[in-house]
Ligand binder design. Structure first.
Ligand code: EPZ
Length: 428
């Protein structure tokens, strides 16, 4: 198990370049399989989920060339009727193989996914979408067996706004006969990114980014080249870290529009945020206001940043309430923050923060990706040493974490298994 040793108390300062979006990458890679030709994806983040996906595609017989932030995928040599299990449990987003294989071959046999433990994470909306398109869906002891003689366009209303179900239905419908309409669709930028790739492949998708997406089925999809959008959640994490350490950090390669809810909330707290075309500058202040945060689907405040902003709000005198309306059990970081001296209690779907206590360095454990980000931020704020265990969760979503923090003046070092990540340089 690898650990991050953080000697906090230094304000972060300087410039950090944001990587490609994890939650785009893990959908674009399986989407590329739909093309009858090679698809090149650029600006891939160098994170574990991308590496695992490359291995899964290779195991399925696809041609995959992968180096640094570049991957070429050609799904033509794949064997249609194959069963996939094991590795798919390592990430939640392996469920996009259902939609991609169903759309490509008319069948998919892939095990149920894994991913962060955020409480119940059903896939009923994905299944409802596939069934509406004419597929038969069976869960055979954890192996999803999905088959359709012919996929036919349908009107599908999603009871809940779901990123995964929206993307998965889009993948399955791209080559279906006729038109599919997804209503109450999720509007995340990552969905627009996937629709952009598919349209460049020759698909006919309109309305991505709105709550009604129209997909007119096409016969063939061709290879193309696509550059992933910047990761708005990685960017938000560094914005919050800059604010918490009362530093002065400029984030490059961002789309400020994707971060509007985060910028607004940070300004409400009292952080100085300056937006330019493709960069954002964040300057911390001595005093912060206690505020309430309520997560909601994009363009609302993202659930993926409710844990990091909780770490920031421990610095704001007064009571802040962070409510997660997306996940009911995304509070496993609270116990760990309390070990660092934070005064927080969980009431239903809310964390109630009594801010203003000084945090103390401690040994803490990341239980999921964004919990790890929250604890990393708390460690950066706290004078003294914090030991953050469970780094494998954090590595799933943050490229070159030590290298980027180190370049911003943080005193961090990774200890544990021999240093394997070619990009990371250990702090002295
Ligand atoms: C995506 O997960 C992201 N993951 C999550 O980011 C993100 O938190 C989430 O969207 C919400 O924005 C990826 O993109 C790989 P959902 P996803 O379907 O698609 C319920 C991170 O930290 N639901 O939008 O799995 C579900 O339980 C990760 O990067 C159903 O009830 O989330 C949740 O309460 C964590 N039935 C809500 O909908 C379904 O069939 C939203 O989930 C599907 C979802």
């Amino acid at each position: 198990m690898e650990k991050l040793i953080i000697n906090g108390g230094n304000p972060l300062h300087g410039t950090v370049t944001i990587s490609g979006a994890k939650n785009s990458a893990v959908a674009l890679i399986p989407a590329a399989l739909l093309a009858d030709g090679p698809v090149v994806i650029e600006n891939l983040p160098n994170i574990q989920d991308v590496g695992i996906y490359a291995e899964i595609l290779k195991e399925m017989g696809a041609d995959v060339l992968f180096e640094d932030d570049w991957m070429e995928i050609d799904g033509r040599p794949m064997n249609p009727a194959q069963k996939l299990n094991g590795k798919v449990k390592k990430l939640r987003a392996s469920y996009y193989l259902w939609g991609a294989l169903l759309g490509k071959f008319g069948e998919a046999q892939v095990g149920l996914p894994g991913g962060c433990d955020l409480g119940p994470r059903p896939v009923d909306l994905h299944i409802k979408g596939f069934q509406a398109l004419g597929a038969k869906v069976e869960n055979q002891k954890g192996m999803m067996v999905i088959k359709a003689k012919k996929l036919k366009g349908a009107r599908i209303y999603l009871d809940l706004v779901s990123v995964g179900a929206t993307i998965n239905i889009m993948l399955a419908a791209t080559k279906a006969e006729g038109t599919t309409i997804i209503e109450n669709a999720a509007r995340e930028p990552e969905i627009v990114d996937v629709a952009t790739l598919l349209n460049n492949m020759g698909a006919n998708i309109k309305g991505a980014g709105t709550d009604v997406i129209r997909i007119k089925g096409v016969e063939k999809l061709r290879g193309c080249r696509h550059t992933i959008i910047p990761d708005r959640i990685e960017a938000g994490t560094y914005m919050i870290a800059a604010a918490a350490t009362r530093g002065d950090v400029t984030l490059e390669n961002v789309i400020p529009k994707h971060l509007e809810s985060v910028t607004a909330k940070l300004r409400e707290i009292g952080v100085d945020v300056e937006e330019a075309d493709d960069s954002i500058r964040v300057r911390g202040q001595e005093k912060y206001r206690a505020v309430d945060v309520k997560t909601s689907p994009y363009p609302g405040f993202p659930t993926d940043l409710q844990q990091p902003i909780t770490a920031l709000l421990t610095l704001a005198k007064g009571t802040s309430i962070v409510t997660d309306n997306i996940y009911s059990a995304r509070f496993r970081h609270i116990d760990e923050l309390r070990r660092m001296g934070a005064a927080i209690k969980v009431e239903g779907r809310s964390a109630v923060i009594d801010g203003g206590n000084k945090l103390l360095g401690a040994k803490v454990v990341a239980t999921d990706l964004r919990a790890g980000a929250a604890l990393m931020i708390a460690g950066l704020v706290t004078a003294g040493e914090t030991e953050l265990d469970g780094l494998e969760h954090v590595d799933r979503g943050y490229e070159n974490l030590v290298g980027k923090l180190h370049s911003l003046g943080a005193e961090v070092r990774r200890v544990g298994r021999a240093q394997t990540d070619k990009n990371e340089t250990n702090a002295s």
